[in-house]
Write a protein that binds this ligand. Structure first.
Ligand SMILES: NC(=O)c1ccc[n+]([C@@H]2O[C@H](COP(=O)([O-])OP(=O)(O)OC[C@H]3O[C@@H](n4cnc5c(N)ncnc54)[C@H](OP(=O)(O)O)[C@@H]3O)[C@@H](O)[C@H]2O)c1
Length: 301
């Protein structure tokens, strides 16, 4: 496995030896690609910064994303931790099966209200990849002695194109607090960015811990989908449309001819099914239409 902040979308990569890690025998290459960034990020935030301990409560935003799933699994390595997660409703089943305690559909519900209903005193830890007003909400949800770790600004990315308004809004709404206020609140605000962390001794130690957890079966990266290099646009589209649950992986080897043929066949089948659908669909109302007079007759009889 390798860790590099950029330049990995190619067949051959050159990285310093201290940024490479030996994969356990049972680990697939796809898992090897999925593990480092997501799990290092989640582990360092939870254990180095927020000091996760038994019985604590944690809010994980983007709970169906790669980091969110890693954080949820890592929370389960500590006893009695309650994990709240925000995600689209369609992803709740998977993330609840993955060990989340409470899934909240942030698109239709106010997650602050939902959390306050379940846990009126608030939370011990908030992991915030959203930024802007969500950092303020997260800070407000913290119990005294609680910690919020900000590690992204996803709120500044919306829609198909670069959105300057969303960026400005996120920047304008970001949490700004004086150290005096922090002291009075008894709360901590942390920032984390793996790309800027150059302490490879700490990274290696954390990676050793993670590989130990993997071997014990306590963590397992969830692979959402795989795409060959020539399908990179499809891979990006899947993420951009927020369809993924877990990691989207790029495979350097070109797609095999048989796979292409099989896909063409499947596409044809789907097209045929679609063409047949309207005929079937129109058959239903017809049957209903036919049934109605019978019903009327029965009622009259
Ligand atoms: N600082 C660091 O070191 C570090 C390291 C890794 C990742 N990150 C950051 O952590 C975040 C999560 O990364 P990831 O790899 O876990 O993501 P991911 O696997 O691509 O998950 C993205 C999912 O998050 C949800 N989401 C909620 N609000 C969103 C928004 N405003 N924009 C886009 N997606 C949104 C969507 O699911 P729903 O359908 O549920 O809405 C989306 O499918 C990213 O912002 C990334 O930049 C930071």
């Amino acid at each position: 496995m390798v860790l590099s902040s950029s330049g990995l979308w190619q067949e051959l990569v050159l990285v310093p030896a201290d940024q490479t890690f030996i994969m356990p025998d049972a680990m697939s290459f796809q898992e090897g690609a999925a593990l480092p960034v997501n799990y290092l990020t989640a582990h360092m935030m939870l254990f180095q910064m927020a000091n996760l301990r038994p019985g604590k409560s944690v809010l994980v935003h983007m709970a169906a994303g790669g980091v969110g799933i890693a954080a949820t699994q890592l929370c389960q390595t500590v006893s009695g931790v309650t994990v709240f997660g925000t995600a689209s409703a369609s992803k709740h089943k998977v993330i609840l099966q993955g060990g989340l305690s409470h899934a909240i559909d942030y698109r239709t519900k106010d997650y602050v209200e939902e959390i306050r209903t379940i846990s009126p005193k608030g939370l011990d830890i908030v992991l915030d990849p959203l930024g802007g007003s969500d950092t303020q909400k997260g800070f407000g949800l913290l119990k005294p002695m609680g910690t919020i770790v900000v590690f992204g600004a996803a709120n500044s990315v919306t829609g198909q194109k670069k959105n300057l308004l969303a960026m400005a809004k996120t920047w304008y709404n970001q949490l700004s607090i004086s150290t005096l206020k922090l002291m009075q609140a008894n709360k901590s605000v942390c920032g984390f960015h793996l790309g800027y962390l150059k302490d490879f001794t700490l990274i290696r130690q954390t990676m050793d811990t993670l590989l130990g957890l993997y071997v014990q079966g306590k963590i397992k990266p969830r692979i959402d989908s795989t795409f060959h290099f020539e399908e990179v646009a499809d891979a990006m589209r899947r993420m951009h449309e927020r369809q993924n649950i877990g990691k989207v992986i790029l495979l350097p080897e070109p797609k095999k001819e048989e796979e292409k043929e099989q896909e063409k066949g499947e596409e044809k089948e789907q097209e045929q099914e679609k063409e047949e659908e309207p005929a079937e669909a129109s058959a239903v109302p017809q049957e209903e239409e036919e049934a109605k007079p019978e019903e009327v007759k029965e009622e009259q009889g």
